[in-house]
Design a protein. Structure first.
Length: 289
């Protein structure tokens, strides 16, 4: 009980610090096992043991490795292992039983960093409500960066130069950066290149998108090489519409797809497929009658 209390306290501390981790819990056990159902341990992103134990030995070693992979993939999973010698198809332990360990990945909330407080980002910030993003808007212009434009108290406002903000605060692997400044996009891209953000999008035409990368390559080839694989411009999906709200919707849709590892394809069934399925069901119904 004392150990579990300490584990939950540590979990609360790590969660408050938005530290990526996994909770590994024995959810099923048969035969002789080194710990009981409900035993837990906290695992860091590097596979380190942060708190608790599920019994030590090979099963714990394998669980730490599996948890690190799960955190990297961002997907929870179950590990099933026989605690028998390898010759018997097990993992090299002599307990004789088997266990199922559920690895529950806990990732920080996704962060949306909006560089520029103009019309598109105003619309974008308002659309994120209920989707779990931590939104920060950065702009030195007080006439744009204010609670009249960003009334949601959950949206963080940072009155600063976006490039300077990125250099000082960075952006982690859970951040999505949207660049839409009046004149400083190139500086922001150079600063963003040294961050861990997996997605750096620019509100730009195709001509401007290419021009910005050319300028960045001429200014700092290292920054260019660091950013090109993460560069998204023109930003957003081709949904149609030119209004700020329409552009914001296309941007958020693309970010959602990136966040969940999807290709953003239409889910609807084609007319031909619908006809086929409807006809098949109808024939079955006739046959059954």
């Amino acid at each position: 009980m004392i150990t579990q209390t300490r584990l939950f306290r540590r979990l609360a501390e790590l969660s408050e610090a938005e530290t990526p981790l996994a909770i590994a819990t024995i959810v099923k056990a048969t035969g002789s096992v080194p710990n009981e159902v409900g035993a837990k341990m906290l695992v860091g992103a590097d596979g380190s043991l942060l708190e608790g134990t599920i019994g030590g030995g090979r099963i714990e070693h394998d669980t730490l490795a599996a948890a690190a992979e799960a955190i990297a993939d961002g997907a929870s999973r179950t590990l099933v292992a026989k605690l028998t010698p390898q010759a018997a198809g097990g993992i090299g332990m002599n307990c004789g039983g088997s266990v199922e360990v559920f690895i529950d990945v806990q990732r920080p909330a996704p962060r949306l960093l909006l560089c520029g407080a103009g019309h598109i980002n105003i619309a974008l910030a308002s659309m994120t409500r209920g989707l779990g993003y931590v939104v920060t808007v950065v702009d030195p212009r007080g006439e744009w960066l204010n609670r009249s434009n960003y009334p949601d108290a959950e949206v963080r406002l940072a009155q600063a130069d976006p490039a300077t903000y990125l250099r000082e605060h960075g952006a982690d692997a859970y951040s999505y950066v949207v660049v839409a400044t009046p004149a400083g996009d190139l500086d922001v891209l150079e600063a963003a290149a040294s961050t861990d953000a997996p997605y750096i999008g620019v509100v730009a035409s195709k001509r401007k998108a290419i021009s910005l990368l050319r300028q960045l390559a001429a200014r700092d080839v290292t920054a260019y090489e660091a950013i090109v694989a993460r560069y998204r411009a023109p930003i957003g999906l081709d949904l149609g519409g030119r209004e700020p709200q329409a552009v914001a919707l296309s941007i958020l849709s693309e970010i959602q797809a990136e966040r969940h590892g999807r290709e953003a394809l239409m889910m609807t069934l084609t007319t031909e497929r619908l006809r086929e399925l409807v006809a098949r069901k109808g024939m079955r119904a006739v046959g059954e009658s």
